[in-house]
Design a protein around this ligand. Sequence first.
Ligand SMILES: [Zn+2]
Length: 458
Amino acid sequence: MRKLPTVLLVALLAHPGVSIAQDITPPQADPRIQKLVASISEERLSAMVQTLAGFGTRHTLSDTDSPTRGIGAARQWIFDELTKSSPRLQVTFDTHKLARQGRITRNVDIRNVVALLPGKSLRRIYVTAHYDSVNIGEEGQISANTRAPSNTPRPDPQLRRDQDYNADAPGANDNGSGTALTMELARVFAESGIEFDATLAFVLWAGEEQGLIGARAHAMELFKDKVSVEANFNSDIVGNTRGGDGTTDTESVRVYSEGPEDSMSRSLARYIARAAAVYVPSHKVRLMARQDRFARGSDHTAFTQYGFPAVAFRESKEDFSRQHAAKDTVDGVDVRYLAQNARVNAAAVASLALAPPAPVVTNPRGQMMIGRQPSGYDANLRWNASPGASTYRIYWREAWAPDWQHAQVVGDVTEFVLPKLSIDNFVFGIAAVGPNGHESLISAYVPPPRRDPVVKIR
Ligand SMILES: [Zn+2]
């Protein structure tokens, strides 16, 4: 018999069968995170949404000279508020000198506002929202939704000749809600006194309404500079509870994530639902297995386009008639609901930022480190050690199931065998767990797509 590596033998002896596997148990609540979640202030959120709407418009091409109205005043206020909220935040403008393109109808400098909270490691978690607003006409977004299907493309309302970039676009909900949420999280995280492992980047994007321009310009640089980005929590339109169809929902939020089903974006989405169940059980996370709503988009897509895991938070009930119109006013934002969404974000961001990074399950050639050894019918899993991990937890589920069904803690090893469990019938994943009990995202073992050469025909 071929000699087995010691670590593998120990694993086999300690776990002769899969029957001892625990079912999924929720993570233990960390009192530090409970305190952080409880420190989110409805009053501050409310005041910030009001101030943001009070700039009249935050259109990307609006006035930058007035101290009270337009995007110039708005971005300076965001910068100053973040600077004031904690000395630990490193606040900067991330400026991009845009050439005229698409809905950007003239050369313009756009400014994302970035607040960095340095962690013990350089790996980054992004918490983001766009702060720009738009007014596409009196009817707002509902006009697009109710238009009869037609084969003739309608002209883009943002490219009208007579467009007034300084017209009222209060953007209280789209996206004053997400902007206030992000600014409030920057404050409570920086002031929590917790030393996070991950570096947190709280960013307010410009140019979203013209095609995710600010986020795309930023993500492009992250990619070029090979920055390790673990997650992007993006909130966009997260404060309304009265749907335009007369229904209401104050108790749930939708989280959209791009597939396939074991992408790291999906892993992040599942992680958020799990953290929310522990820290904010009164608020339900509805996971949506798609990039976003139909024909709608947001800045998380700028991240997934460069291969960074990302999700978008969206209120459960939308009022399309208020969006992208002068009617997007503060009375359309339910601050209690917005605060619940902020708490869900905070719980998941804090858990992830305190955990080690997710294990790498591919070798340098990009191949999944999974096999059927030693019997030929076992699940043999290998991974690279994650810095700071004290143990690992293996997850598995039927290959048709959307969420993990079984889990097992396996100790501080980098190889483990689940005997007689078929890697063809189950999906396997692995999470790193730190000494404080916080768990990383789950890295799944996914068969790569086959890339065969084209068949040669004579
Ligand atoms: Zn938006």
